[in-house]
Design a protein around this ligand. Structure first.
Ligand SMILES: C[S@@+](CC[C@H](N)C(=O)[O-])C[C@H]1O[C@@H](n2cnc3c(N)ncnc32)[C@H](O)[C@@H]1O
Length: 441
């Protein structure tokens, strides 16, 4: 890879005897890996090497056309990028903010650790990216995640000292991603890291306002530059005496933060650096802050009871084995989301509000793909297993003809290799295709 001369010169100066191996690593192939959602996976991935300290994660590449991918059981993510969510370690009951969340690699890992108990607000400032984030969260079927599209400043105005856990996976100069995205090298210039650092400090200042006393904030970048890593952390520590750094447990091949890259504060050694010449993954820097004070139990206000249409009641009875919990109704749209969480976020610019169940259209209820990816298989009244040919045709957008002895008119979950990947409207002997157009292959 052709690296800028100033970049090479900078890291020769910083890394000394390690510099040759570091620079040579840019000519090696990027590392692929994936995370598995344990609540829904039934595939044995044990032949794939595990990622150290990350449960349910493996090295290797799984096709975007695989049934595991299409049914939302796995997420492709390079290994180093898995550590920020693991280090933030949300637990059931936490109120989590992922402030720079698109396209969702870390937001989905945070949601997975909550086991549908607690809440993740996944936010991104960029509208287009927020929509991709919403698609990824929807595919993975998490019931307690909402996606917003807000600036950090506007969010901070709404949520003073609110979240128990916050992730700031900041926009950065991306030096650690040059192997995966060689075009990113073209954006690099000697001033770029210092400019990024200004934005990172601005975002962090807003994030800190939203962190509850006793709460934890993880700051991560995918760059090696001291300005954006130890430099930002040192300045944040100096200007926020209520924050301290927590020790991060190193995976094998991890390196500690370097105090001399900033103001010499020995606490900076508690941060984690991942370098591709030392660790099997791309570049990453992680710092874990704690805000002083006692973490109080999260208090939520409950919204009004929702009025559910009898047509929806009929749909629910015919489609699910037990009634859905936490149903909210907004205009004619129905979602699964704890009403107390909706109450908290209802004034935001929301791109996704929990799991969409469907929509009342005239006097009919039209189901939505998301609800068929959100529940365990045994919760659906009708699951139709497709063969290879039928699956291929369905995800292509075609209607199916199946054998049917009784007159039918209902919504059915569709599965392939025993994984539900979508749904259709079963009328007589036909399954009308409702596979979302943007997912068709
Ligand atoms: C490194 S990416 C996040 C990757 C994501 N956490 C994941 O794991 O998939 C950084 C994100 O920050 C967002 N961003 C850029 N400028 C921002 C700003 N000023 N405030 C907040 N977010 C910003 C970008 O839109 C981008 O999606």
């Amino acid at each position: 890879m052709k690296l800028p001369a100033e970049f090479i010169e900078k890291y020769r100066r910083i890394l000394g005897s390690d510099a040759n191996d570091f620079i040579a690593s840019f000519d090696q192939v990027p590392i692929n890996a994936f995370r598995v959602e344990p609540l829904r996976s039934r595939t044995d991935f044990s032949s794939y090497q595990s990622i150290p300290s990350i449960p349910h994660a493996h090295y290797g590449k799984i096709s975007g056309l695989s049934i595991e991918f299409l049914s939302g059981v796995l997420y492709s993510q390079e290994p180093s990028a898995m550590y920020p969510a693991q280090i933030l370690a949300p637990r059931p009951g936490d109120l989590v903010l992922d402030l720079c969340a698109a396209p969702g690699g870390k937001a989905t890992a945070l949601a997975s650790q909550l086991h549908n108990d607690g809440f993740v607000l996944a936010n991104d400032i960029d509208l287009k990216r927020s929509k991709i984030l919403a698609e990824n969260v929807g595919r993975m079927g998490y019931q307690n995640v909402a996606v917003s599209n807000m600036s950090p400043e506007d969010l901070a105005a709404q949520f003073p000292t609110t979240f128990t856990k916050i992730l700031v996976d900041a926009p950065c100069s991306g030096e650690g991603m040059f192997r995966k995205d060689p075009a990113a090298v073209n954006y690099w210039n000697p001033d770029y890291p210092a400019n990024c650092a200004k934005t990172q400090k601005k975002i962090l200042r807003e994030a800190i306002k939203m962190l509850a006393p006793g709460g934890t904030l993880v700051y991560s970048t995918c760059t090696f530059s001291p300005e954006e890593d130890e430099g930002v952390v040192a300045e944040i520590l100096n200007s926020n005496p209520e924050l301290s750094l927590e020790m991060i447990e190193m995976p094998p091949g991890g390196a500690p933060g370097v105090p001399d890259y900033a103001d010499g504060n020995s606490e900076l050694a508690k941060c984690l650096r991942l370098y591709p010449h030392l660790f099997k993954g791309e570049g990453q820097f992680i710092a874990k802050f704690r805000k002083s004070g006692q973490l109080a139990p999260v208090e939520l206000k409950y919204g009004k009871n929702v009025k559910i249409s009898p047509v929806f009641e009929d749909f629910m009875q015919a489609t699910f084995k037990s009634p859905l919990k936490n149903v909210i109704v907004l205009d004619s749209n129905y979602y699964v989301l704890n009403p107390a969480f909706y109450e908290l976020i209802k004034d935001l610019h929301l791109i996704k509000k929990g799991v969409k169940i469907g929509e009342m259209k005239k006097q009919r209820f039209v189901a939505h793909q998301e609800i068929f990816l959100a529940l365990p298989q045994e919760n659906y009244q009708t699951v139709i297993e497709l063969d290879d040919e039928q699956f291929k045709n369905y995800i292509h957008g075609e209607e199916l003809t199946i054998e049917s002895f009784a007159p039918q008119k209902k919504w059915a979950a569709l599965s392939y290799k025993c994984y539900i990947f979508g749904f259709g409207h079963w009328v007589q002997n036909r399954i009308k295709n409702f596979y979302p157009k943007n997912l068709r292959r």
